[in-house]
Design a protein around this ligand. Structure first.
Ligand code: EPS
Length: 358
């Protein structure tokens, strides 16, 4: 399958299917000498793994990472870093009844149209389970970025119509509620909203926001590999993402130049900075030294128990209701996936930037 690799210098290749034996990733291009242990990766995987609460799939996976190569005596060697997680709780019979049916909102029809047949168990390669591998790679990227003083922090900004209120924003609250919202009152409202949709056998979407702090000015390539273009590709490649914004994003379309332009100024240490950050930290595809702010809109989980009309492989109309173990919203578990893809992108462009001048 083409298209399983992302990045040019810090390059990741993911592999595996939801109901296959395992999922994993190879990270090539990570510099030697970075301290790295399985525990460093596991903390990221634990934030994504299934079965965390009643708002996530009930599939039970420990998602225990095995670090297979590229590390010696606790440090990266500069050779490919291979990591994998065994699949242990597949329940493929949930899928045998719908193997010939095109589930609305899923990739089934596209896969058949492209390949002629597909691994129908749990969505196969297009399953959210593939994001396990991205998170493992992202953990390595975050460790690397940490060496440069760069942090990547995402959170749930919105679930359905319920948004975090800017005045109540408190990052410390993010890990204290099941939806990873940095606003406990909004989290409580979002949980109530979600409960209602679950009673109606329906699902919900939402928005993840991510802040990348500490990227020096000058990272990103000016034309096709603009920093924002690479981030857009990285984030849009996460299953269920339907929208992407940087800075004011679509809001900038309603602004005017005098408001949208961020005035440059000189900081206390004589450094060049900006008075505002409508640009979201990127100008001309190159980081401008301020926080990089991006948002990803996730659609509601397509697997719902409510009856839906569709067709089978033969084109005959059928009704389908999807049973099994599914996330009523993918957003809380996607928070760390967005962080991972943002980190991988910045790590790649940061390393590429080392060749930008003599
Ligand atoms: C998924 C369907 C469910 C989810 C799965 C993603 O899988 P299954 O039907 O096999 O239980 O549990 O998510 C994960 C297992 C995971 O680790 O993210 C899908 O169709 O995308």
């Amino acid at each position: 399958m083409a298209g399983s690799t992302f990045g040019q210098v810090f390059r990741i290749t993911t592999w595996g299917e939801s109901h296959g034996r395992a999922v994993g990733v190879t990270v090539d291009g990570c510099p030697a000498g970075l301290p790295l242990r399985e525990e460093d990766i596991q903390v990221y995987l634990d934030r994504r793994k299934p079965g965390q609460s009643r708002f996530t799939t009930a599939r039970q996976e420990a998602d225990q990472v095995e670090l297979l190569s590229g590390v010696f005596e606790g440090r990266t060697t500069g050779t490919p870093i291979s990591m994998m997680v065994w699949n242990k709780d597949q329940r493929s019979k949930d899928y045998s009844a719908i193997m010939d049916i095109y589930r609305p909102g899923h990739a089934d029809y596209g896969f058949d149209a492209k390949y002629g047949f597909r691994d129908y168990r749990g969505g196969g390669r297009s399953s959210a389970r593939e994001t396990t591998a991205r998170v493992a790679a992202g953990a390595v990227a975050c460790r690397l970025l940490g060496r440069y003083g760069i942090t990547v922090t995402a959170y749930t900004k919105q679930i359905g119509p319920v948004s975090v209120c800017p005045e109540c924003f408190d990052l410390a609250e993010r890990d204290r509620n099941r939806l990873y919202m940095p606003d406990p009152a909004a989290a409580a409202r979002a949980e109530a909203f979600l409960e209602k949709r679950m009673e109606e056998m329906d699902s919900v979407g939402g928005v993840v926001e991510c802040v990348i702090r500490g990227v020096p000015a000058g990272v990103g390539e000016p034309v096709f590999d603009k920093l924002d273009a690479c981030l857009a590709k990285a984030v849009m490649s996460i299953g269920a993402v339907k929208g992407f914004e940087i800075g004011d994003g679509f809001g900038a379309a309603e602004s005017c130049g005098s408001r949208n332009n961020d005035a440059f100024c000189t900081g206390e240490a004589g450094q060049i900075c900006k008075k505002t950050n409508h640009s979201g930290g990127i100008l001309g595809g190159i980081s401008d030294g301020s926080d990089i702010i991006l948002r990803a809109a996730f659609k509601p989980t397509p697997s719902i128990a409510r009856e839906q009309q569709t067709v089978n492989r033969q084109g005959n109309p059928v009704a389908v209701s999807i049973h099994g173990r599914h996330d009523p919203t993918v957003v809380p578990r996607a928070v760390v996936v967005v962080e991972a893809m943002a980190a991988v992108t910045v790590a790649d462009l940061l390393l590429r930037n080392r060749g930008s001048r003599v």
